[in-house]
Ligand binder design. Structure first.
Ligand SMILES: [Fe+2]
Length: 223
């Protein structure tokens, strides 16, 4: 905080006499600011987008429809992309989780599969509700090509490779989704999207935790 702005802050909270007494050093000027908890003039911390080094979330697909006004606040292309991607996540994680419940080699893998199935069933209901309220069209009805590729690897993995393939592919995908929802939650001005992002945040954290508890996540990119 600079000298002038600090003096401006001080004027609002201390008497003129004290301002005069503070005309000495910059160090002494910092004291009343801290005492009164002034933060409005402090530069904002970097947003998630800046931390991610991008102006849009990873993998963002622009539908070209710009910002739409809704009763729940402005709805951006990033918001709509998020609503569609929540459904996309369930479209491939559901089958992947079912397969893990059926053929997983350890109780932890089976349990992770169950959390994925149950979590996305619940999230899909809330996502569909948000899509309806916000009139988001072009909702996906099948996994995208990348997700189909992951599903194919999981479905065709041999018995002794299944657990490792399932855990690493799904954990890596969740890491990407986690970045998308953090960006969306940080930036959205739409209350329905924010609520959906809050729910998705809990679900994604749970799935990452369950997958990590299997002890098979290597932390390395699988592709
Ligand atoms: Fe998930």
């Amino acid at each position: 905080m600079g000298l002038i702005s600090t003096i401006q802050v001080s004027r609002g909270v201390v008497t003129g006499g004290i301002v005069l007494a503070l005309s000495g050093t910059i160090a002494s000027l910092a004291i009343p600011v801290k005492l009164f908890g002034e933060s409005r003039r402090t530069p904002a911390p970097p947003g998630v987008g800046q931390l991610l080094g991008a102006d849009t979330p990873p993998g963002f697909v622009d539908d070209g429809e710009g910002v739409q006004e809704t009763p729940y606040g402005p709805l951006t292309a990033i918001d709509r992309d998020f609503v569609r991607r929540v459904k996309l996540a369930g479209l491939w994680e559901g089958p992947a989780g079912q397969k893990a419940q059926k053929v997983g080699g350890t109780p932890q893998v089976k349990q992770a599969g169950k959390h994925m199935v149950d979590g996305h069933l619940d999230l899909n209901v809330k996502d569909a509700r948000a899509a309806q309220l916000l009139k988001v069209d072009r909702m996906p009805n099948e996994p995208n090509d990348e997700q189909k590729g992951w599903l194919s690897q999981i479905q065709s993995a041999s018995a002794n490779q299944f657990d490792r393939t399932f855990v690493n592919l799904t954990r890596e995908a969740h890491g990407k989704v986690f970045q998308v929802l953090a960006y969306t939650r940080a930036h959205t001005q739409n209350s329905q999207v924010r609520e959906l992002a809050q729910t998705a945040d809990v679900t994604v954290r749970d799935h990452m935790t369950m997958l990590e508890l299997t002890g098979l996540w290597t932390g390395e990119a699988t592709q």
